[in-house]
Design a protein around this ligand. Sequence first.
Ligand SMILES: Cc1cc2nc3c(=O)[nH]c(=O)nc-3n(C[C@H](O)[C@H](O)[C@H](O)COP(=O)(O)O)c2cc1C
Length: 196
Amino acid sequence: MPVHKIAIIVGSLREGSINRKIARSICALKDDNLDCSIVEIGDLPLFNQDLEQNPPEQWVRFKEKIAAVDGILFCTPEYNRGMPGVLKNAIDVGSRPYGRSVWDRKPAAIVSASPGTIGGALANHQVRQSCVFLNMPVMQQPEAYLGHVNDESFDENGKLKEGPLLGLVEKLAHAFAEWVTTIHEARAHLERTARG
Ligand SMILES: Cc1cc2nc3c(=O)[nH]c(=O)nc-3n(C[C@H](O)[C@H](O)[C@H](O)COP(=O)(O)O)c2cc1C
């Protein structure tokens, strides 16, 4: 399998975030041909359509980073049964100007983690809803609503401890690597076919 460059977008800005720790644990996985790095969203000015013609440099840099990768992995908490505002802002920033969305056709997967029982499932599906509209092929299985995650789930280096949760995250990373490969191969095949 080819190596894929993946941008991980974390929907929490706090340093001790369990979603950030999950993202870092995924970055540390070695055997899946995923070259992951977290793309920060905390410095993005709030989306304002008036700024589209003369966009803030943070928007420009963010969009360049997203345009350069092969796939997107969202790791997000749930805030009040929805996705955090910072994440929706980043999605909106990347989606405009109309017709020049950087999300278009990027394969994606969504992880949500929470100390609660339902693992941020509603935030997860809000992100999925936006991804579907933005023409991003979103991996369907395995779903990753990670419930009962807390500081105890991680070791002193902030990485997931050995156990079922790490097993699930490894399975997800493996499936995502296959998903990104499948989407890119399918697109290349279609382009070859169209050229004749
Ligand atoms: C504003 C706010 C709203 C929250 N709403 C939810 C919620 O709807 N569902 C949930 O499972 N947890 C909720 N929580 C608890 C978060 O899941 C918990 O704080 C989690 O650790 C945040 O993710 P992070 O560690 O990645 O920052 C909320 C927390 C905050 C600060």
